[in-house]
Structure formats: C-alpha cells, structure tokens
Write a protein that binds this ligand. Structure first.
Ligand SMILES: NC(=O)c1ccc[n+]([C@@H]2O[C@H](COP(=O)([O-])OP(=O)(O)OC[C@H]3O[C@@H](n4cnc5c(N)ncnc54)[C@H](O)[C@@H]3O)[C@@H](O)[C@H]2O)c1
Length: 322
C-alpha cells in the first residue's frame, strides 16, 4: 500500500486511508482498487493488483462475467503458484465482486475502467464515476485507442486533476510494462500515485503523452496494419508474415539504434522508395528530423552520430539489414 504526504513523498506500507497525518495534511493512500469491467483485461488487472497487496473489487454489468473472471484468475494463479494453494487463497481472498457500480466505488482509492472500447460508454461511465466516487478517488482508464482527455471530458474540473491512463498489456501476468498517461489537468500527486501503484504491482512505467494508442499500440498497430494489407493483396502467406513479424520482434536494439546501425541515409532512401511505391505509402513518409540528420552527415553508427552518439574507433563498418 502506498501513501503520499503533504510534501508529495511516497510511503509504502501505510494502512490509513485519507487520514490526517498529525501535521494537518491529508494523507492520500491507495489501498482499494476497483476495476470496472471484468472481462479479459479487468480480470488480469484485478489479479495483478491483488498480488501487489491491494484490496480489489471487480465490477461488471454481467454477473456471469464476474464468475468467469474469478475462474480465469484462479487458473492463472495455479500456473504462477504451482501446488501452493495457500498463496492462491491469499490472493483470492483480497478480491470481492459486485454488479453494483455504487458498491464498487464507495470505498475505492483508485478506480480502473476496463469496459468496452467505445467512447460513449467510457465517457458516460466516467461521468457516473465522478458523481459516485469519494472526493479523493483517482479515476483511470485502460483504453487502447482513445485519449483519456476525451474519456474524462464530462467529469468535473476538480476530478480531472485525479484522472489519468493506466494501459496494461495482455497477458498481464506475463508482461512487465504499464503505460502511465497524465492529461493536461492531472495533478502531480495523482501522477505520483498512479506511478506508485504501477511499481506496487511490480511493473515498469512507460510514461506517455495522451495521444490515441499511446506508444506501444502505435508501434504495434503500425506493423500489424501492414500484415493485414500484405495478406489481403496476396503479397505473402500468413505463415511467412508471422515469421517476419517474429524476426522483427526479436531485434535486440529497438527502433532508433536499429536505424543508426542500418545508416540513416539508407533508411531515408528506403522510406522515400516505399512512400512513392506503396498504396499506403503515406505511413512511410520520411520526417523532417530524419532529413535534417542526413543533411548534417549524421548517418548513424558509421559516422559516429545519428539518433545516438558512437565511438567511431570502436566499430566503423556495420552490416546493414536492408
Ligand atoms: N484485450 C486486450 O488485449 C487489451 C489490451 C489493453 C487494453 N485493452 C482495453 O481494455 C478494455 C477492455 O478490454 P477487454 O479485452 O477486457 O474486453 P472484454 O470484452 O473482455 O471485457 C469488457 C467487459 O466490460 C463489461 N462492461 C461493458 N460495459 C460496462 C459498464 N458500463 N460497466 C461495467 N462493465 C461493463 C462487459 O460486460 C465485459 O465483461 C478496452 O478498453 C480495451 O481496449 C484491451
């Protein structure tokens, strides 16, 4: 459990919720996490939260979704804690379920919305959460493709300071990143608490601006979008596209170090060629920043500088992939 004092210092292990700390300041504590929408992601967020020591309420409009969520969580826990029924029970006993939104949020310090990916539904829910939640409750969304700003558009100005994004990845028990997304109005206190919660469940923070798709999905969907196009045009088989996708995923350096290794002059030519030749060429349009680097002779590892700086004596001739 995590609390924040009036100097915004984080304390782990606090048990009090919103109590005076003796100095007159209100302590904000994340102790109970309520998850609204208990489908695939909601159940995973619930399990991760409970394993992190938080008290969890799973809420869904469908009672059978809650039954399935508990069944799914038990099955995942049995994979994690093989033959350790005590540990499984310990995690499960911190989780309660309800179909009542009022009941779910009444004592929640953090509410994480994981309902259907439709703006109207999320917006309406946030508006309701604003009125039903206590004044200190933080509201977060697990949206994959909408902005938090549009989802929180209809909540009060005060509540906007307590809104943000927490974007998890599937399967949650096997992925170690959560995107944390402040909006323009998010207070530093809220951001600190959101980040502390993510650390509390043992995940790494990827801090993002509030743009549709944040970071990971824009990278992922950019390449999955192409897989659909290639298959539809008969450019390659599903099997070969899968092999290519797996190869790309295993590249050790990430994107920008890879561009530097290839050579930015080569990358620029490749992008220009794809831009001119493919029907969806616009997605390859070279950016001004890339053109500037090339014009300045900053071509990557081979010239000692690109997106990163290099010791040229160390490795001047790197084989390019393309
Ligand atoms: N599936 C993924 O890999 C993934 C990854 C990251 C983020 N997300 C996002 O998480 C959210 C949920 O996705 P999912 O895959 O868990 O969907 P899902 O369909 O498995 O679950 C959604 C649940 O929300 C419930 N629900 C709908 N409206 C509700 C409401 N008003 N109040 C309470 N419950 C309601 C539904 O009954 C359902 O059980 C979406 O915003 C999605 O974009 C999904």
């Amino acid at each position: 459990m995590i609390c924040l004092d009036n100097k915004r210092r984080i304390h782990v292990g606090a048990t009090a919720r919103n109590k005076s700390n003796g100095s007159g300041a209100t302590m904000v504590v994340i102790k109970r996490v309520s998850i609204i929408g208990s489908g695939y992601m909601g159940s995973g967020i619930g399990m991760a939260s409970s394993r992190g020591g938080y008290l969890v309420t799973l809420m869904d409009i469908h009672a059978d979704a809650l039954t399935k969520a508990l069944r799914r969580i038990r099955a995942r826990l049995q994979e994690v804690y093989v033959d350790e029924e005590d540990k499984i029970q310990e995690v499960l006993q911190r989780i309660r379920t309800t179909t009542s939104l009022e009941e779910a949020v009444k004592d929640a310090d953090l509410v994480i919305e994981a309902v259907t990916e439709k703006l109207g539904i999320k917006q309406q829910l946030f508006k309701l959460l604003d009125t039903l939640s206590s004044s200190n409750t933080i509201l977060a969304s697990n949206t994959s493709s909408l902005t938090i700003t549009e989802i929180a558009a209809e909540v009060s100005e005060r509540r906007k300071t307590q809104c943000g994004g927490l974007h998890f990845f599937n399967p949650i028990s096997l992925t170690d990143i959560v995107e944390v997304v402040p909006i323009a109005e998010t207070s530093n206190e809220t951001l600190d608490l959101l980040m502390s919660y993510v650390k509390g469940i043992g995940k790494k923070i990827l801090k993002c601006k509030d743009t549709p798709g944040f970071i990971v999905n824009r990278v992922f969907v950019a390449y999955t979008g192409q897989t659909f196009q290639m298959l539809e045009r008969g450019d390659a088989t599903i099997e070969d596209i899968n092999t290519a996708a797996t190869f790309v995923r295993k590249m050790p350096e990430g994107a920008f170090a890879r561009w530097d290794n290839i050579g930015l002059d080569v990358v620029l030519c490749v992008l220009e060629n794809l831009h001119e030749r493919l029907p969806e060429g616009d997605i390859y349009k070279p950016t001004t920043f890339l053109r500037e680097l090339v014009a300045q002779g900053k071509l990557g590892r081979k010239t000692g500088e690109g997106f990163y700086k290099y010791d040229v004596s160390e490795d001047g001739d790197v084989p390019a992939m393309i």
